[in-house]
Design a protein around this ligand. Structure first.
Ligand code: SF4
Length: 349
């Protein structure tokens, strides 16, 4: 059957992925659309959208469309690999590719070596295990250069999946899970409607590790507000200690306009911490943390400044190794707290 260029190269790309999967580093492959939970009061990512699981046939078609793009660009390139000349020649043949939403991402991913992929959107593990395994096998077969495939997952979904299913998904080529813990404090989790308790997060994290996944846990400094900052800090560290994931990533709260939490901040029912107060909370979290993974501040939201006006923490995706660099992090926090004091050169940003 003849397929027009628009059909041959068509694939869908979602909006969101973790920073560590950004830039040209990761191939974005969309397995589901939006978030199956979608109730968290701080989150504005998918609030106007409904959740859908895409069919295996549709996802495989996307992967095949990417492969066709790779093959056709390669055929038009002077050497054996995809080049700018190949891209320009293909667009010359099919000018409608100028409007392709995923072409730039795909081309840059190929140029960067085609090593990592991220499965979108918010909770790929909600797919039936057999379907997810089939998609992973097709992706790995089509792009053998892939060294790492990662995705977002909810702790509750991990708990609900049998361990053998998780192991089968891991064996099919899914390497890393990114899980939004946000807080280890049950009151905070209920307040923000996370839909998972501290215990669920511990069970889910441990089960992901038992299945062999690398695990990234994200938490939100400031999510307890002025009323609950201490319990938020202590219980978050307690839950992270119980899981001991490979990566712990800081995503400081910044109310997202239009979200319920932004409304609570506006009407005063939720009191936002100042940058210095967030740092003080962060110090308590770090003091209580007894883990052996990496603690990362790899997001622009980690805005605190050092005494020279630069970023207080490295924004590297590999962050600081604990426990070896715990004291370094504590010292940096103390420096940041000094910067916030009256009379210092860099006052609170
Ligand atoms: S589970 Fe994640 S994507 Fe879904 S509403 Fe909560 S924070 Fe947003």
């Amino acid at each position: 059957m003849h397929r027009s260029p628009a059909q041959r190269y068509r694939f869908e790309t979602g909006v969101y992925r973790p920073p560590s999967e950004g830039g040209s580093d990761s191939l974005l492959v969309r397995l589901t659309r939006n978030c199956p939970w979608n109730h968290c009061t701080f989150c504005g990512m998918y609030k106007t959208e409904t959740f859908q699981v895409r069919s295996v046939a549709e996802i495989k078609q996307d992967i095949d469309a990417m492969a066709a793009l790779r093959d056709d660009m390669t055929a038009l390139s002077p050497g054996a690999a995809v080049s700018r000349e190949g891209l320009v020649a293909l667009i010359g043949k099919h000018p409608q590719l100028n409007n392709h939403a995923g072409l730039a991402m795909f081309y840059h991913w190929l140029l960067s070596g085609g090593q990592t992929a991220f499965l979108q959107d918010a909770n790929s593990l909600i797919m039936k295990t057999g379907q997810l395994v089939e998609v992973l096998a097709h992706l790995r077969r089509t792009f053998p250069s892939l060294a790492r495939v990662t995705t977002y997952a909810r702790a509750k979904t991990i708990v609900q999946k049998p361990l053998d299913d998780l192991k089968a998904i891991r064996a099919a080529g899914l390497d890393r899970l990114h899980v939004g813990l946000e807080s280890g404090d049950d009151e905070v989790l209920q307040q923000v409607r996370k839909g998972a308790s501290a215990e669920i997060h511990i069970q889910g994290g441990r089960k992901a590790l038992a299945a062999g996944f690398q695990l990234s846990e994200y938490w939100m400094p400031g999510l307890g507000g002025k009323a609950r900052w201490k319990q938020h800090a202590r219980n978050t560290a307690r839950v992270l200690n119980a899981i001991d994931p490979h990566y712990i990533r800081s995503r400081p709260l910044r109310p997202w306009p239009g979200t319920p939490l932004a409304g609570e901040a506006a009407d005063g029912t939720f009191e936002i911490l100042t940058p210095s107060e967030q740092l003080r909370e962060l110090r308590l979290t770090m003091e209580t943390l007894e883990v052996t993974g990496r603690v990362c501040f790899d997001h622009a939201g980690n805005y605190w400044k050092n005494r020279r006006g630069g970023h207080l923490f490295t924004h590297s995706y590999e962050g600081y190794r604990f426990p070896q660099e715990k004291q370094t992090v504590l010292d940096l926090i103390d420096e940041g707290l000094q910067v916030g004091k009256p009379g210092s050169v860099n006052r609170e940003q």
